[in-house]
Structures are given as C-alpha cells and as structure tokens.
Design a protein around this ligand. Structure first.
Ligand code: FES
Length: 135
C-alpha cells in the first residue's frame, strides 16, 4: 500500500424517482454516474438503496427477485426482505447488506447500502463517493 495515498469521502442527496413510479418489490436502477449504479427498492412502506453490483462476480442486482428471509439470531421468526442475485443466487438483506446464508465471520460478503428519505414526492438517496487522493 502506498503510504501517501489517502481517501476523501463525499456525500450528497440524489433524487431517484417519484414515489408513485416505484412498484412494490420491483427494483429501480438509479444511474448516478459511471461509477455509481444503485438499485432502489420499495417493500411495503420502506425504501432501500443498495450498490447494484454483486460482490461475487458483479451480477446486476436490480434484476434480482426480492424475497423474505429470517434474520440471524431472531428467535421470534421475523423476516426481512433480501435481494437474490440473478446470476448465481447469492442473497443479501436490503436493510444492512449482509449475505443471508453466510455470516461475515465465515466469509460472508456485504453489499453497500445507502440512506434513503422522501422529499417532495420523490425518493432521495444519499450517495457516497470515495476518491483516492495523493498528498
Ligand atoms: S454474480 Fe451474484 S451470485 Fe454470482
């Protein structure tokens, strides 16, 4: 690793789409720029945003199905929505990005999640960008 390399993280709110245009469990692809493709998903009254690239081999997550799975250590059997990658079926919870079947301590992957909010009838996504800078 280069000792002189540092990173700057910036964040901004981006309008994804009108609330009325989003169907239940039908991911919407938000293309912020070349490096930022985000899948925006509505489940009931909750809105989720995730990085649209599967950590396995880059599958387009916005083309995956949304299914409910029990959360780990949940004795009451609560289920949370997760997205199933269309290429090889790796599955990730929408609320925290964690892989459903493989705990992180056993090598499970995690997808990046983004904060969402509603404003003026639109779904907003807080897009974070990390850039390498040299000093
Ligand atoms: S690319 Fe997503 S499971 Fe293989």
């Amino acid at each position: 690793m280069d000792d002189d390399q540092h990173f700057i993280t910036t964040a901004r709110w981006v309008s994804a789409c009108p609330i009325t245009s989003l169907e239940q469990r039908e991911p919407f692809l938000l293309e912020v720029d070349e490096d930022n493709q985000i899948a925006v998903i509505k489940v009931n009254e909750d809105y989720y945003a995730i990085r649209n690239s599967c950590p396995h081999t880059g599958g387009p997550l916005h083309m995956g199905d949304i299914e409910d799975f029990p959360t780990p250590c949940n004795e009451e059997g609560e289920e949370k929505p997760a997205i199933v990658c269309p290429w090889h079926a790796w599955t990730f919870f929408l609320h925290n990005g964690l892989q459903v079947d493989v705990p992180q301590e056993e090598g499970g992957e995690k997808i990046e999640t983004f904060e969402t909010k509603l404003k003026d009838g639109h779904i907003m996504v807080k897009v974070t960008t990390k850039k390498a800078v040299d000093f």
